[in-house]
Structure formats: C-alpha cells, structure tokens
Write a protein that binds this ligand. Structure first.
Ligand code: ARG
Length: 413
C-alpha cells in the first residue's frame, strides 16, 4: 500500500447487537484498521437506521445497510422452498438461508471497499460461522476472515465494560434470556430455558404466532395459487414474493400456525433444541406438497423427497455457493414446471390443513378413480397385471421359503 496514505480496512457484518458493536473498536485496535459495517435487511424488522447510527457512534468509518428483502425471497427462499427443503423434516431454514446473502454482501463490500478482511459476530459453537466463512471462501478466497467473538473470550458484562472503558455507548442491559435470529422466512429462538429439552417453551418465546387458546375459534379458509411451485396469489389477489410471505406470516400466525420445536443436529456436532416460528413457511410447504401430489408422478414425488433432504442439508451446512446446489436447482426447476394450480387450506387453532387441490396439470382422473357408474377403469386388466406383478414373489417363495406361511406357528415349538 502507498506510504501510509490509507488505513487498512475490515468489513464487518453488523447486526447492531452487543457482540458486533463491541467488535468495531476491538477490530480497530487489534488490526489498526478502519471498520466498514454492512447490515443486510432481510425483513428482520427493527430500526435499521438506528443500527447504522450505532455503528458510526462506536467508531465505524462507514455503515452500509443493504435492502436484501426482495432478493432474499427470490434468490434464496424460493429455490429452497421449491426444493421442499426442511432440515430434518422440520426446520424451514430461515436463518440458514440468510447466511449466504450475508456472505455475498460481505464479499462484495470487501471488494468494493478494498478491505483485506471481513469479520462476523458468530461464536465458535454454531452453524453460522461455517455458513458465512464457507461462503467467503467460495466468493472471495483472497479475503481473510476474522471472528472476534470466537477469539476474545469476553462475557457480555466484559463486552459492556470494554465499550464503557473507551467512552463508547454500550447497549442497555440485555432484557431477554433468549437468543433470537429473525427474517421474513421465520424466527429462530434458542438459549435460556429452551436448553432443557424436557421443558415446554414458555409462551413468551413466541412473537409471530398465537397460542391455540388465543387463536380464533372459527377456522379460516384460504386459497393459494402456485405457478411452477411458487406461490403467486392468495384468494385470487396477486402479490409480490415479499408481500405474499409477509401477508401469510400475519394471517397464519394469527391462527397459531407455524410453531416448531426441534431438537436438531448442528454441523459442529452438537445437538441443540431450537424453537422456530415460521407461519408462512409451514403453510406454504404443506400447500405446495399437496399440489405436487396431484401434478407429479409417483416416481417424481419419491425422487423429489430425496432431493429435498439433500437440498436442506446443503443449505444447513453452508454449501449454498456450490455447483451441487446449482445442479439440484436445475432438477427442481425442471420437476416443478408442472406444479401449477390452487390449494385450499383451512387454518384453525395451530393447524394448517389441506382441504382441496386442483390443477390444469392434474394427473388425478375422476373417471379412473370413481366407484360410480362413470368408472372407466378396466377392472379385468388387473387380473393379468397381478399375475405378472406377483410372479417374482411367487417364484422366490416357492424356492426359498422353508415352510409355507400357512403352517407357520403350528410347527416348531
Ligand atoms: N439452529 C438454527 C440454524 O443453525 C438457528 C440458529 C439461530 N440463531 C440464534 N441465535 N437464534 O440455522
């Protein structure tokens, strides 16, 4: 670098919380560098202008806020949703899906700001450190990664002390015993009393969903239209991806839909008890799956289940920026091309139930399914079908079964 004219720079992923706030002066001192913060808005709510100002107040040289909301839904949430990605069959991956967007924002800012390093506030025990760092390794391998909270070994009180000692504004004392991460696709809550997997989560962990007791007594019926596996309208009203998810979070949350209590396997080998709230995600996954049952062949549904699991593991494990994900996307886009149609859902007291499905591509045929006189299924064709279908079983049993089934039980003892 030319004769000390410009200080070295670090780009920090900044949430506005105590850890990343403390990281600003810590990084400046330790690396004799300027800190540029990046905060990605993914619909987590809260006052992001306030977050930006706080970064500057504790000494950031520059504080950037990226509006990533629409991008988050279109580029990250929808592909994973179409794939049917639910980690361990439960978790719609709200936190996990936001990390590649953060990693990409950091990589882009590092390049445009000429930074030698990026930094994040993740601890050494979680999945998020892996997701962000693996993302940086893929997108900007020449950029160094610093994880202050993994290195400094300070408690929360010590962090407050660290800021106070420098006459920097410390945050008000932590009020919640929970650790919460949130974006438009869901809330993830951990720590405090949740760490006892035997105890029921206290009502206060929930912010988006009503309890069964408080949910309306009357069910709500709703119709969701999909195009190629993506929801496009609710009750006939077209909405942008972001507006649609926001709307469903509100409506389904009111009916208590979307609470998940999951004891999951972290990538770093720890089992962890997580509470998730994801009203739109839970509702939409159920609805899309219902539409798949009527539009896809049996083999497509079976194979897609396997892809869904692969996709969920890949997202959870921070492998978004990989050719494998692109390959899975190609399959998913292909299979979802016929998943167009409508699903009718009933929301009631914490449950989202599929009550109807229809599609111009429906493989369901009334004439084949009915027991009425419109029946067009050729019953007599079944006779020959069964003869051939049962042939391997018949053959193997004749040759290898030691006793005929009919005699079993009477023999031996
Ligand atoms: N266990 C989830 C994941 O790894 C959520 C973590 C959320 N973090 C939090 N501080 N609540 O994706």
């Amino acid at each position: 670098m030319s004769s000390g004219s410009r200080k070295a720079r670090i780009v920090l992923a900044y949430s506005g919380g105590l850890d990343t706030t403390t990281a600003i002066p810590w990084l400046k001192e330790k690396f004799n560098a300027e800190v540029v913060t990046v905060t990605a808005d993914m619909g987590q709510g809260g006052d992001l202008e306030g977050v930006r100002k706080r970064a500057l107040a504790v000494g950031a040289a520059k504080a950037l806020v990226v509006d990533g909301r629409e991008m988050f839904v279109r580029e990250f949430v929808w592909p994973a949703f179409q794939a049917g990605a639910l980690y361990e069959g439960e978790y719609p991956l709200a936190t996990a899906l936001s990390r590649p967007l953060i990693a990409r924002s950091l990589a882009e800012a590092a390049i445009s700001e000429g930074a030698f390093a990026v930094a994040h506030g993740c601890t050494g025990k979680g999945n998020d450190q892996v997701r962000i760092e693996v993302g940086i390794m893929a997108l900007a391998p020449e950029v160094k990664v610093i994880a202050p909270a993994r290195e400094w070994g300070m408690s929360r009180d010590e962090e407050v002390e660290f800021l106070r000692a420098r006459n920097l504004p410390a945050l008000a004392k932590k009020t919640s015993q929970f650790s919460v991460d949130e974006n438009i696709w869901g809330r993830s809550i951990e720590a405090g009393p949740l760490e006892n997997p035997w105890s029921e989560p206290p009502e206060e962990v929930y912010a988006w969903t009503a309890s069964v007791a408080k949910a309306p007594a009357e069910p709500l019926y709703m119709e969701i239209d999909f195009e190629c596996g993506i929801p496009v309208s609710v009750n006939g009203e077209k909405r942008s991806p972001l507006a649609l998810v926001e709307h469903l979070n509100m409506v389904a949350g009111k009916h208590g839909v979307g609470r998940i209590d999951h004891l999951e396997n972290r990538l770093v080998g720890i089992k962890s008890r997580e509470i998730y709230e994801a009203p739109a995600a839970v509702l939409l996954h159920k609805a899309r799956r219902a539409l798949e049952t009527i539009t896809l062949a049996k083999e497509q549904v079976r194979f897609k289940d396997y892809v869904a699991q692969q996709y969920a593991d890949l997202v959870y494990n921070g492998l978004w920026f990989t050719p494998h994900r692109e390959d899975l996307d190609a399959y998913v886009q292909s299979v979802e091309r016929s998943v167009t149609g409508s699903v009718r859902m009933r929301l009631h007291k914490g449950n989202a139930t599929v009550v109807g499905r229809k599609s111009p591509n429906a493989l369901y045929s009334y004439e084949l399914a009915t027991y009425d006189k419109q029946d067009q299924f050729d019953h007599r064709a079944s006779e020959g079908f069964i003869k051939v279908f049962g042939l391997p079983s018949k053959t193997q049993n004749r040759v290898q079964r030691s006793q005929p089934a009919a005699k079993k039980g009477r023999g031996k003892r």
